[in-house]
Every structure is written in structure tokens, then in C-alpha cells.
Design a binder for this molecule. Structure first.
Ligand SMILES: [Zn+2]
Length: 89
């Protein structure tokens, strides 16, 4: 796991244009994870990596596959979760 660095700016630029395909369907009350591509059957694959974002609250991890953002894991952010549930029932 690594942190968002200057070199990741290109990835950061993708955030505003990401398509949201689905949200995580786990039972956790703290989970607001979003999928930008359909969730894979198994693991993401060998070119997959995680980037831990420096957030003040909660935990946000961006999942990158082949230099594309495929998933954003968002934990312990009640206001984002409420929004996610509203958008993606
Ligand atoms: Zn989840």
C-alpha cells in the first residue's frame, strides 16, 4: 500500500470523470465502497495496486488496475455512505 504522491496526479484527474457501476454490497455499516467497473469474480489481477489517500476522517483507498481507477474503498464516512446509498440503491 502506498500514499497518493505527485506521480499519481494523473490518476487523481480521473476521479471527476469516473463512472459509478455499483456500490459494495457487504453488510458493514461503515462501508461506502464504490465500484467504477463491475466487481471481478475473484482477485483484480496482477497489475492491481492500492493507493491509500490521506483523509482526515475514515479510510479511503483507491484501487488501480492497469493505471485506471476501478474501485474506491471508503470506510467510516457516514455522510458519504448516506449519499452512496441514495445514489446506488
Ligand atoms: Zn463493503
Amino acid at each position: 500500500m502506498m500514499c497518493w504522491r505527485d506521480g499519481e496526479v494523473e490518476l487523481a484527474g480521473q476521479v471527476s470523470s469516473l463512472a459509478l457501476v455499483d456500490r459494495c454490497r457487504c453488510d458493514s455499516d461503515s462501508c461506502a465502497t464504490l465500484y467504477c467497473v463491475p466487481k471481478p469474480e475473484g482477485a483484480w489481477g496482477s497489475d492491481h495496486r492500492n493507493i491509500l489517500l490521506a483523509t482526515k476522517e475514515g479510510l479511503t483507498v483507491v484501487d488501480v488496475l492497469d493505471e485506471k481507477i476501478v474501485c474506491i474503498e471508503i470506510l467510516d464516512r457516514a455522510e458519504i455512505r448516506a449519499r452512496v446509498l441514495e445514489l446506488l440503491l
